[in-house]
Ligand binder design. Sequence first.
Ligand SMILES: *Cc1c(COP(=O)(O)O)cnc(C)c1O
Length: 459
Amino acid sequence: MPIPFLEPFRIKMVEPIRMTTREERTKTLAEASLNVFRIRGEDVYVDMLTDSGTGAMSDSQWGRLMVGDESYAGAKSFFRLKEAVEDVMGFPFVLPTHQGRGAESVLFQAILKPGQVVPNNRHFDTTQGNILELGGRPVDLAVKESGDPQLDAPFKGNMDIERLKSFIEEVGPENIPVGMLTITNNSAAGQPVSMANIRATAKVYRSFGIPFIIDACRFAENAMFIKMREPGYADKSIIEIAREEFSYADGCTMSAKKDAIVNIGGFLALRDHGLYEQVAEKLILHEGYITYGGLAGRDLEAVAQGLREGVDEDYLRYRLAHTRYLGEVLQAAGIPVYQPTGGHAVYADAGACLPHIPPEQFPGVALADMLYLEGGVRACEIGSLMFSHPDPATGKMITPPLELVRFAIPRRVYTRSHLEYIGDVAAEVVKNAGSVRGVKIVEAPKLLRHFLAKMDWIK
Ligand SMILES: *Cc1c(COP(=O)(O)O)cnc(C)c1O
């Protein structure tokens, strides 16, 4: 009898984790200036800070580490990665990078001039940061439904095609060196993008002569959603769907720490040789030579193997069911959850959970802090602390539509009991929600401030 929602793996190595006392956690959080990024991993019991690089590699991946070719130039391991990328994604040119942001950085350095604009359904924080640092303007054009946490729709990560068209006409295609689409849409609650929408986005970019780059971090989870939700795809294999996703694009940036299930690594994959050469120059200066790009040969092996494991259908079916289960557990605990549950994470609506705390007082940070205090659970604010920034053109503050807390689930790491424990902790926090205070920033850098900000409770 097939039981599709069970783990398609078993455990053969374990890492001990430790429960702390409330006194310890109170002290730890104060020392971390209320910023969960400043807490040590060993002081966390269940860590849902990110799904990035936190996955468990398979025995095959660990095995590949031993055959890594550490040649500076032309390593065998690079060609194994190239083959895997071509096979799964269909792009002939690959530039390895230390992680996803490295790929973004070298791409934008090669093609983005100050004052230029990069549209996306929703930029991830590092993408936004890389564009801003070069004097560019990141613009988010996701469908309106993505801002409605209660609406149950299959593809809330989609690009708003009409807005994209009118936006390009307004700013002029000559001011847009590249157009993007992020699948799944991480900053919009991990919602998938439909194949029809990928196709339509590509058509718009192409009609204006704008190169189309997919931010592909979770392309496999996105493919599984397409298989489950989009008419015409139920009988297609994940790899067929993945290839079709990329067939409409000129390239992709990839954080292999997501759907390639490695602890470090990324790459930029491209179709056009000219663009490849332009970026290769930047890569050599900033990341490393074109056949390793800041990674060891063994890392390239693990990425190559992980790319193939990431598109395994049994794994993906389990993965999406596991994530959905955490959504159900949190809802049952009384935490309003963004609907429907995304692929890699569950997004709690902190704004709705703590309605007495206004966005300027960061309800998402307050909720994440309370989860840590209550039970050593670490989750991450995805709201005003992460995304509010002044518009470079007008100086007006741009704020995100929702104040969320993200529980990002490491791949192949936690069991159902861990998820149920999070539910128990959340239920305790909900009991005392009315007395939770907002927080204020004491000190913060300008770019990507959520990583380093120091905060304090509002008295
Ligand atoms: C993680 C991520 C990135 C950046 O990748 P890193 O490996 O963390 O540098 C870019 N875009 C999206 C959508 C991501 O989730």
